[in-house]
Design a protein around this ligand. Structure first.
Ligand code: PLP
Length: 411
């Protein structure tokens, strides 16, 4: 399905005109399509049918409670990276037994909370972390389920800030140390090895790096036959289309993964984040001013890098669609926010049809790493979040009020 499409030149999310959402909930607002989220999830889940597997949605891509609940009800497991995300998954009513806990910097408190929740496994990223998990499990009189996150040293061919699977990166441990850590876990009464994990980066568009990573962890796991390992966690990073790039061929990837895993005793975990929510959301913003200079136009909108950081952080390109399509000659323009930073742009050098103050724009493919990376920089309240289902709209996060911004401060 196309979650965002024009009907008589007016851009809709499913059956709802975006102009109506702007009127009802104000701008800026994140708008998500329920059907697109569920379709993205079930495409991966049903693709994996036939081999034992679990799709653990990566909470950090978009952690709104309603979206987590939606996915939990659809049968998703979860990949979390903090105690905060653990609390969210619990609040959403998800089964912690289908949850893995990744991240290089888990604190003792976070480990305790996750142990008490009954998680599926900790994806352990260092020897020091393994020691702390062992100690906390021993103190609680329980056994901690673990996987070692192996750094397979494969090139993910993506933006350097979202590439994680080389030895130069802080994530995971080399294959050689993984074996020692598994030996250590086997010798401990407080640790139980349940799986092996890797995650090579994000927005990866080629199938091959994933297959290479799987081959690498299969090779490690072959040497660990006595250890009772059940789960192969391949991580996330499945690339989507933002502009005119070819998206990852997910169907081919899944077919290849199934072929490799089918003859083994292992179960597969995938941790997609972006691929579930990325194209299911937009950022809806209103034009404040149009500034024409000799070189180009600046379209100043009521949303900026505090709401959507990706362009400033990674140089990411989001398409910009007018909410009302009009005829007219297009001119090159930068779509910029109101913040006092040169990096505060949403799009640069785009050909846009003539715009006026008050017009609405949709910043496309903003459902992943959009709201979650938002901030209050320049004391700007965070936007509302709205979920659309067919012809219904549901406010799933209220726009922040100025009181919210200051409520934790003391005079
Ligand atoms: C960020 C992350 C993911 C999700 O990445 P996407 O690119 O959103 O699919 C999955 N697993 C781990 C360990 C991560 O850090």
């Amino acid at each position: 399905m196309e979650p965002f499409a024009y009907i008589q030149n007016r851009l809709h999310c499913e059956g709802v005109p975006l102009a109506r959402i702007a009127e009802q909930f104000g701008t800026p607002a994140y708008v998500y399509s329920r059907a697109a989220i569920l379709e993205n999830f079930s495409r991966i889940q049903s693709g994996l049918a036939g081999i034992p597997s679990l799709v653990c949605y990566s909470v950090k891509a978009n952690s709104n409670l309603k979206i987590l609940r939606l996915l939990a009800q659809a049968g998703a497991g979860f990949d979390i990276v903090s105690g905060g995300e653990l609390a969210r998954v619990g609040r959403a009513g998800a089964d912690p037994g289908r949850m893995v806990f990744s991240g290089v910097g888990k604190t003792a408190e976070e480990i305790d909370a996750a142990l008490a929740s009954g998680l599926l496994m900790f994806n352990v990223e260092s020897e020091g972390e393994l020691e702390v998990i062992e100690a906390r499990a021993a103190a609680a009189g329980t056994t901690a389920p673990i996987a070692i996150r192996v750094n397979p040293d494969v090139e993910a061919e993506t933006h350097p800030y979202i590439s994680t699977g080389r030895f130069i990166h802080k994530f995971g441990v080399p294959k050689s140390s993984a074996l020692a850590l598994y030996r250590r876990a086997a010798a401990s009464k407080s640790l139980r090895a349940r799986g092996i994990a890797c995650h090579i980066g994000s927005q990866i568009l080629k199938v091959e790096p994933f297959l290479k990573a799987l081959d690498e962890i299969l090779e490690v796991v072959k040497r660990l036959e006595q250890q009772g390992i059940q789960w192969l966690d391949l991580g996330g990073g499945y690339g989507i289309r933002y502009g005119d790039e070819e998206p990852l061929d997910m169907d081919r990837l899944i077919a290849e993964l199934k072929r490799r895993v089918a003859g083994t005793p292992y179960r597969l975990i995938l941790e997609p984040g972006r691929a579930i929510v990325g194209n299911a959301g937009i950022l809806l913003t209103r034009v404040l001013y149009v500034k024409a200079t000799e070189q180009k136009n600046f379209v100043v909108v009521d949303s900026g890098m505090n709401d959507l950081l990706r362009p400033a952080l990674y140089g990411s390109e989001h398409q910009v669609w007018p909410v009302e399509r009009r005829a007219g000659p297009s001119a090159p323009a930068d779509v910029v926010g109101p913040l006092c930073e040169t990096g505060d742009f949403l799009a640069r050098d785009r050909r846009l049809a003539p715009l006026q103050p008050g017009d609405l724009l949709a910043i496309m493919t903003a459902g992943a790493y959009g709201f979650v990376l938002s901030s209050n920089y320049n004391s700007r309240p965070r936007p509302a979040e709205v979920l659309v289902s067919a012809s219904e709209t549901l406010l799933i996060r209220s726009r922040e009020r100025l009181d919210d911004l200051m409520s934790a401060e003391h005079l």
